[in-house]
Design a protein. Structure first.
Ligand SMILES: Cc1ncc(COP(=O)(O)O)c(C=O)c1O
Length: 362
């Protein structure tokens, strides 16, 4: 039995009639940019997270750039960012004119810690990007205590919690991607910035619309970066299902544990205090490439995400790491994502674990 890496279709099937109706309603209404669906989704999503503001933007990369610009990050400033993340976490610093400063991750949780962040701070540090990697949530309490504004990149962590609070509500400002494969995914690109800070929210609202409050006067050189009405409508239909889908992801992780996966590979480890809604289920193995080949032969979905971490990407050559990154290098070498979805069954988990066991790489 082949097991796919993701299953985005099955969870959406029960929502199909609602989705059809809401998409049709947007077409009938005829307002496609910053209309009632975007406002309603922003209110729904802020309520879900327990924050004062959610601002819909075009994608998760823009969400980071706008959040940084709202913090007044600019040329001459430094922004600390982990290297072991999707490249966009670091790329998003570029348009602000600030310098990315790479920090390390803990090789077990694959997340930043207060220590790895502290090691990269300098008097020029204006902000830190903390990534909720794979749905895991770093020790945000300890990182916030460092006293530097924190942008929580929660692109991979919709529905995760830390100390009982939702990912996306834990830092100075947070960002989401609604890329279709995410825990909460649109039918195209989408993103959001979330915060309790009124001034940051107001600035992000201006920045997403060409730096204007009233569409007449342009106070900043901004961006054209809006969540569109159709995607907002689609996300509103899905949001009430997010917690159930996240429980399905947690159940899938429990299936892997019960099936004995931990005897053959290192399982994902939640950060203390975190309850991850695993976006990706990423195991670690010293012979990850051989394991990937065995899974391919067995028809089991798998993917290596960040074998070449952000600091080693050609575009980041002007920003060589200033601190050693041993955790990053270890995670980059050993990680391997295996199937994860809200509907992954025990039978599918057994199939995956059998393929890992049969690879005989222990
Ligand atoms: C951690 C992280 N940050 C940022 C992004 C960028 O989001 P987007 O693709 O919506 O621009 C992604 C995902 O794609 C991501 O996984």
């Amino acid at each position: 039995m082949a097991v796919p890496l993701f299953d985005t279709k099955t969870p959406l099937a029960p929502l199909r009639d609602d989705l059809d109706a809401r998409v049709r309603a947007v077409m009938d209404d005829g307002r496609f940019i910053l209309g009632p669906e975007v406002s309603a989704f922003e209110a729904d999503f802020a309520g879900y997270l327990g924050v004062a503001h959610a601002i819909g933007v075009a994608n998760g990369t823009d969400a980071l750039t706008l959040a940084l610009r709202a913090l007044d990050v600019g040329p001459g400033d430094e922004v600390v960012v982990p290297s072991f993340t999707f490249y966009a976490s670091a790329e998003a610093i570029g348009p602000t004119g600030a310098t990315p400063v790479f920090c390390d991750v803990d090789p077990v949780t694959m997340c930043v810690t207060a220590e790895t962040v502290r090691a990269a701070l300098t008097p020029q540090t204006k902000a830190v990007i903390v990534v909720d990697l794979f749905g895991n949530v770093p020790r945000m309490d300890e990182i916030m205590a460092l006293g530097v504004p924190v942008v929580e990149d929660a692109a991979q962590a919709a529905g995760s919690t830390f100390q009982g609070r939702r990912a996306g509500s834990l830092a100075t400002v947070a960002t989401f991607s609604f890329f279709p494969s995410k825990n909460l995914g649109a039918f195209g690109d989408g993103g959001a910035v979330t915060t309790d800070d009124d001034a940051i929210a107001e600035r992000v609202r201006m920045l997403r619309f060409h730096g204007s409050r009233d569409k007449q006067t342009f106070e900043l050189v901004g961006h054209n970066s809006r969540l569109d009405e159709m995607q907002a409508a689609i996300l509103r239909v899905q949001l009430p299902s997010l917690d159930a889908w996240c429980d399905g992801r947690r159940a899938a992780a429990a299936h892997y544990e019960a099936a004995g996966l931990g005897e053959h590979a290192a399982l994902p480890v939640p950060v203390e205090g975190a309850d991850p809604a695993w976006h990706l289920y990423v195991i670690r193995h010293e012979r990850a490439d051989e394991l990937a080949a065995a899974l391919r032969a067995a028809g089991i979905g798998h993917k290596v995400y960040y074998r070449r971490p952000a600091h080693a990407q050609p575009a980041m050559a002007p920003y060589p790491p200033r601190v050693p990154l041993p955790g990053t290098e270890q995670a980059a070498r050993t990680h391997l994502a295996i199937p994860m979805s809200p509907v992954l069954t025990r039978e599918q988990a057994d199939e995956v674990v059998a393929a890992v066991r049969d690879a005989r790489l222990d």
